[in-house]
Design a protein around this ligand. Sequence first.
Ligand SMILES: N[C@@H](CCC(=O)N[C@@H](CS)C(=O)NCC(=O)O)C(=O)O
Length: 224
Amino acid sequence: MSPSAGLGTGLTLYVHPFSSYSWKALIPLWADATPFTYRNVDHSDPSVMEELRAAWPIGKFPLLVDDGAVIPEATCIIEHLQAKHPGPNVWIPDGDVGRRVRFLDRFFDLHIQANFQPVVANAIWPDGEGLAAGRGRAALHVAYDWLEANLPDSEWAVGDTFTLADCSAAPALFYADWIERFGDNRPKLSAYRQRLLAHPAVSRAVEEARPYRHYFPLGAPGRD
Ligand SMILES: N[C@@H](CCC(=O)N[C@@H](CS)C(=O)NCC(=O)O)C(=O)O
């Protein structure tokens, strides 16, 4: 990744407090108590978004800048943190456990987040995304059933250690249940979501996002 001049030293993370993928990168930084500069891309200071786009023209967040090295993509950010700024948590263990963690990370991105995004987009732009939104809602139920049947009895997604898979699951399941409820017939999935929300770093993400809830186009439920 090409270095980007003028971004300062140390770790800088560009995020929006209400953004699910931003949570995914914030949770490991907070859980490890890793020092970093928090750059909020909300509308209060447009220069922050300009700074992000100068470093990463795709313009998506989170974006990590580490001493000028630009690291996009939440999963890649967590891999980078583990390799270059390790803390008390092991985000991606070795061997079979690590492969399961990586698989579940993909599952939460591709089968939960990617399926609810068209529903949210349809609420914002009702003319364009109706079919994708309907398909997304249906696919969410398939993904929920798979999780209900395959989540382990342990505390976290892969055993009793909080990993990348849980960083990925937390924002995905938090927002998914707002959009398409898990329902009473998925107690294991609901209980896992509650455990995630009780984790200190996840609970911090929920609280820091609270002032932005009016942005949620489907109406934020009062229950969380
Ligand atoms: N695959 C990316 C997805 C990032 C993403 O879609 N971020 C959203 C916020 S949750 C975003 O940047 N939205 C603004 C935009 O698309 O312009 C990742 O894992 O980091």
